[in-house]
Design a protein around this ligand. Structure first.
Ligand SMILES: Cc1cc2nc3c(=O)[nH]c(=O)nc-3n(C[C@H](O)[C@H](O)[C@H](O)COP(=O)(O)OP(=O)(O)OC[C@H]3O[C@@H](n4cnc5c(N)ncnc54)[C@H](O)[C@@H]3O)c2cc1C
Length: 480
């Protein structure tokens, strides 16, 4: 009888360490791996070119790592997810596959895709065996006393703390190398170099010099952050000119590292016990739990992935249609330096500091009163760490339409934020070199004292005080 293989279907989890599906597949028997690339689906989801480029480069790294375990990787391109079940139907005719293993993905389309594959496999007495690997706790498992999902971060977090108390989630080991699968003939496999060419039209500006791939690199970054930067994190995290945060979001997002690895590293000095020793440690833990919270929200309230506000009372807000202002915001030409610096940082590097993401998002949704969904889409189209759950959660928080949001009348003043969190104007200067001649007081608001200042930089496109008052009026009048 010929060997039956286990198939691991990698998606947003391109690593071999601490990988639930890979571990379980390899324990069940000889394993082969699969990645399906879906360029058109990626476009529908607004995946940024820099994110696709990052994914493809990591895919090459994953292939090498799997080769060291004698696990062959099959890479297949299927434009749209709706055609994936048909591909599996053919694949299981051509290869003796026993079961398919994968880690759960949470978006509505992802869940629908997996249900269709499950149905197809079940008809052939096979299964799509799914594992909760992207979150610390299975989605649907963090519930309040009425067995309902939490809608407020504070209460969600408290329950997570209780769940972590007895023991932190453990990491899976790297599977032992299997015997080479000499009698296996893969039906077709595209190498990731040629896929990169196929994707070339989507990737106009590869940034590989800035975002190195590889699990070893990501783990080294994690260790370095915990050992050298964590102690200062609580304060430093808010200052965009400082490298005060881990910059691991892109790595977490496509699964080059896992959330369990982050948690284990955070409590390494406590020998893996959930024993919070400092404000800094708690502060980073809480950010990891914000990530967790938004993923659970995405699962429990699927309307957020259908472009609907979480708070239904905000659905009648009459957002302004102002394509000119939208474009000025997108290109970092609003005349508000901290906003423009953030928007230009994202265009140049694919990443923006969290404090500045909040300032830019509030400026668009409140001062410009432009629909937050337009900002959400622009971020997704440009972020290397673009993630539906976190991006939607962040945008809805800033626009006061989301879970546990900023109340609509609490609107950041971008100039005060800039003075507080970039007091020397270093961050602004890095991204707006045209303001080099200004001192650290003037740089936050170049024309405040001298309207006629000769600068190659726009005047503010909106009056901050008046636009703040307008947003409050509009919200007050249209909340149902
Ligand atoms: C409008 C807006 C849009 C955002 N879009 C995204 C996005 O598309 N993808 C994304 O990963 N994050 C998003 N965030 C959250 C946050 O800005 C980034 O996760 C963070 O800047 C990443 O930097 P870091 O890895 O250095 O974070 P650190 O401060 O080191 O935090 C560690 C990890 O915790 C998670 N995290 C931190 N803050 C948040 C948060 N507020 N919400 C959810 N998770 C968080 C991230 O995975 C991050 O890597 C958004 C925030 C806002 C306000």
């Amino acid at each position: 009888m010929s060997t039956a293989y286990q198939l691991v279907w990698f998606r947003q989890d391109l690593r071999i360490r601490d990988h639930a599906a890979l571990w379980h597949a390899t324990q069940a028997g000889p394993t082969i791996a699969l990645v399906i690339l879906s360029p058109e689906q990626g476009q529908l989801h607004d995946d940024a070119p820099i994110k696709i480029d990052f994914y493809l480069r990591q895919l090459q790294s994953l292939k090498d790592q799997l080769a060291s375990l004698n696990i062959p990787l099959l890479v297949h391109s299927i434009s749209l997810w709706k055609d994936i079940p048909e591909y599996f139907a053919t694949l299981i005719q051509q290869l003796p596959i026993q079961h398919v293993y994968a880690n759960v993905e949470l978006g509505v389309n992802e869940l629908k895709r997996d249900q269709a594959v499950q149905k197809l496999l079940n008809q052939q007495d096979k299964e799509l065996v799914l594992f909760h690997d992207r979150t610390l706790f299975p989605v649907g498992s963090i519930r309040n006393q009425s067995n309902l999902p939490y809608q407020v971060f504070g209460a969600f977090k408290k329950t997570c703390y209780q769940r972590l108390q007895p023991a932190l989630p453990q990491c899976y080991p790297i599977p032992a190398p299997q015997q080479a699968l000499t009698d296996l003939k893969l039906i077709s496999s595209t190498d990731s170099k040629s896929l990169q060419l196929e994707y070339q039209k989507h990737i106009q500006h590869p940034h590989d010099h800035e975002w190195q791939v590889g699990e070893a690199y990501a783990l080294q970054q994690l260790d370095q952050f915990i050992e050298e930067q964590l102690s200062d994190y609580k304060i430093a995290r808010d200052f965009p000119a400082r490298a005060g945060t881990s910059q691991l979001s892109a790595y977490l997002n496509i699964g080059i590292i896992s959330i369990r690895q982050c948690l284990q590293a955070l409590f390494r000095a406590q020998q893996g016990h959930f024993d919070i020793q400092s404000d800094a440690q708690q502060s980073w833990l809480d950010e990891l739990l914000w990530r967790e919270f938004y993923q659970h929200i995405l699962f429990d309230f699927p309307r957020v992935s259908r472009h609907l506000p979480f708070k239904q009372s905000t659905q009648n807000i009459p957002w302004r249609d102002d394509p000119v202002a939208l474009q000025q915001w997108q290109q970092g030409q609003t005349g508000i330096p901290i906003v423009d610096a953030g928007m230009r940082q994202m265009l140049a590097t694919g990443w923006m500091h969290n404090r500045v993401r909040m300032i830019c998002a509030m400026f668009l949704s409140k001062n410009l009163l432009i629909d937050w969904r337009k900002g959400e889409q622009w971020f997704m189209q440009h972020l290397i760490d673009g993630d539906l759950a976190a991006n939607n959660g962040g945008w809805q928080w800033c626009a006061s339409t989301g879970t546990d949001s900023a109340p609509y009348f609490r609107i950041f003043n971008p100039v005060s934020q800039s003075q507080k969190f970039d007091p020397e104007g270093e961050y602004i200067l890095k991204w707006l070199p045209e303001l080099a001649q200004l001192d650290k007081k003037t740089i936050h608001e170049p024309y405040a004292k001298k309207h006629s200042l000769a600068l190659d930089y726009p005047h503010p496109i909106v009056d901050l005080k008046l636009s703040r008052a307008r947003a409050i009026e509009v919200f007050k009048a249209h909340l149902s």
